[in-house]
Write a protein that binds this ligand. Structure first.
Ligand SMILES: Cc1ncc(COP(=O)(O)O)c(C=O)c1O
Length: 434
């Protein structure tokens, strides 16, 4: 995706210094573990996109919108009235407060662009932004392009000896978090449910973050794009509902995640006018407005979800998908992090050997153990996953290197085929593993 070929030849084509920040020019993991570089029959459980369509009643709403005149033209920069009304009606009970669709809701071109616009609106050069590792990779360039300085705070995995692990066992060291807050700190990015760990932060953990946000007067970007994917009856606590947090929190949502429509690029931000207003000013200059017909479709999705029992059905479907991968891992006695939310699952790869003298491509040879394992697995087992060190800063990469991430947002048939292939992991297991 990123890497630019050839050095700039003149002032005219010398690119901006910001492109050298935030790993924007590094060859990214998605390009390395790309279908084109992997064996033709390799099953791709790497990138988190679905291989099934959105629900028919949502795509029908998209078609309907396309056949109207208005929905083929510019929308209001805040988002279409129908979608803002739908967001208001859907979230008011969840956030336990009235929402003003004219000042507290902003539709964006995917969650990603909404987040970028918040950074544009609120970061001054040198402002620090805390992100918990592993972090969604887009945060990093979005922060640095806007002059921010990332500050990394790792989530700590459970001890290697622990046999059964859930995402709840990945924890924040609150002393470490406190120490990472300097006078330049402006914002904390929180992501619950968390990509790639699958962690659904507990109320106690969120209260700990809230106390620090209040003490140091920080904004909190609460990325809740996986809000509808929480398993086993676990509670998804919305950060903005904690006492006194509404005023300093922007909540991030995504129609792409909710309705299996990641290519639509429709997301939203919810927060007080003091956050949404400046963000609207930034976003209007970045994209002006979000694509119109798919806003109508997202609105239909939110409007009809309850009557169709859509989200409960979706969670049950994802729980079934998760179970297929879990069963495949259990049948080999592998260590993994059982996710309480999202569609990602981390496999602990410390029980595997890397074959000696394996012919790695240049893009993988100099990288961590997880890159190498991911490569061998794709070639020898026929399933691809994503190395987790990519979601860490260099200093903490050794934590991520012990894991690879599988995305189970695929149809059951594909996951069953993957499970059969994953039995082939046996041949890579250490002979004398504990
Ligand atoms: C944690 C997290 N936040 C934001 C996004 C971006 O969402 P969207 O596709 O709506 O831009 C993703 C997508 O993978 C994600 O994992």
């Amino acid at each position: 995706m990123a890497a630019i070929n050839g050095a700039p030849k003149s002032k005219a084509t010398t690119y901006a210094a910001r492109l050298k920040t935030g790993r924007a020019l590094a060859l990214d993991v998605w390009s390395i573990f790309n279908q084109a570089n992997l064996p033709a029959d390799c099953i791709n459980l790497g990138q988190g996109y679905m291989n099934f369509p959105p629900p028919q009643w949502v795509t029908d709403a998209a078609s309907e919108a396309l056949s109207t005149v208005a929905a083929n033209h510019y929308s209001h920069p805040r988002g279409r009235v129908r979608l803002r009304e739908a967001i208001k009606n859907y979230y008011e009970p969840l956030l336990a407060r009235p929402l003003d669709p004219n000042s507290e809701i902003l539709v964006s071109s995917g969650a990603n662009e909404g987040q970028y616009s918040v950074f544009t609106a609120f970061l001054n050069p040198g402002d620090e932004v805390i992100m918990f590792e592993p972090f969604f990779d887009q945060y990093l360039p979005s922060v640095t392009f806007n002059g921010g300085t990332p500050v990394y705070v790792p989530l700590h995995p459970p001890p290697a000896a622990q046999a059964k692990t859930t995402s709840n066992d990945w924890t924040i060291d609150f002393d470490e978090l406190r120490r990472s807050i300097t006078p330049r700190c402006k914002m904390i990015i929180l992501n619950t449910p968390h990509n790639p760990v699958g962690k659904v932060f507990t109320r106690t953990e969120l209260e700990g973050i809230a106390a620090l946000a209040e003490e140091f007067d920080l904004m909190v970007m609460s990325d809740e794009v996986y809000e509808s994917l929480v398993f086993d009856g676990k509670e998804h606590v919305r950060f903005a509902t904690l006492p006194r947090m509404w005023e300093r929190t922007v909540t991030v949502g995504s129609a792409g995640k909710m309705f299996a429509a990641t290519g639509w690029r429709v997301g939203w931000l919810i927060g007080p006018e003091s956050i949404i207003g400046p963000t609207l000013a930034a976003q209007t200059r970045i994209v002006f407005c979000t694509n119109s017909p798919l806003q109508e479709a997202a609105a239909a999705g939110l409007e009809q979800a309850a009557a169709r029992n859509y989200f409960a059905t979706e969670v049950a479907d994802y729980a079934e998908r998760r179970q297929i991968i879990v069963d495949a891992f259990d049948s080999l006695g592998l260590k993994y992090t059982l996710p309480e939310g999202t569609y990602f699952i981390l496999l602990d790869i410390s029980d595997f050997d890397l074959p000696e003298g394996y012919p790695y491509p240049e893009t993988v040879a100099g990288r961590g153990r997880d890159f190498k394992f991911g490569w061998v697995m794709a070639q020898e087992v026929g399933v691809s996953a994503i190395p987790v060190s990519e979601f860490y800063c260099e200093e903490h990469g050794n934590i991520g290197e012990k894991f690879i991430r599988f995305a189970f947002c695929k149809d059951v048939g594909t996951l069953r085929q993957a499970a059969v292939k994953l039995a082939g992991l046996k041949k890579l297991l250490k002979k004398n593993r504990a």
